[in-house]
Design a protein around this ligand. Structure first.
Ligand code: SF4
Length: 124
């Protein structure tokens, strides 16, 4: 309710159980954008199919170009990850009705571990 009319957004890695789906849908409808966070492209498809929230996904280290999920959904690379902008000037993650999935290349101290989960999921 506090975010109504503002541009707040966040991400959740909670499993989309029925109760969580209801909470996430409600937040999005009230104006606080909650992105469903996936760790593989297949999971991104599954999250998108729920139709309750926009979706983000981890991508392999160093990804700079858009890609597609197994079901053909467009995945754009977060422009901040390639140094082109910042969240204040981008704002894609706040757009709850967007069709595109936002991809975040694995980075930081846990990048290799995150990438391993991504590839394990793509191969299973
Ligand atoms: S720069 Fe854009 S795509 Fe990247 S996290 Fe911020 S709002 Fe999302």
């Amino acid at each position: 309710m506090a975010n109504r009319g503002r541009r707040g957004f966040t991400y959740t890695h909670y499993r989309p159980t029925q109760a969580n789906q209801a909470a996430i849908r409600n937040a999005n409808e009230l104006g606080f954008t909650v992105n469903l966070s996936a760790q593989t492209l297949a999971q991104a498809d599954a999250h998108a199919a729920l139709g309750i929230a926009p979706v983000v996904v981890v991508l392999p280290v160093g990804t700079t170009k858009p890609t597609r999920t197994p079901e053909g959904r467009m995945v754009v690379v977060c422009p901040a990850s390639v140094g082109n902008t910042d969240c204040l000037n981008c704002g894609i993650c706040q757009q709850r009705d967007r069709a595109a999935i936002v991809g975040f290349p694995a980075h930081g101290a846990g990048a290799r571990r995150v990438q391993a989960i991504f590839f394990a999921g793509e191969l299973s």
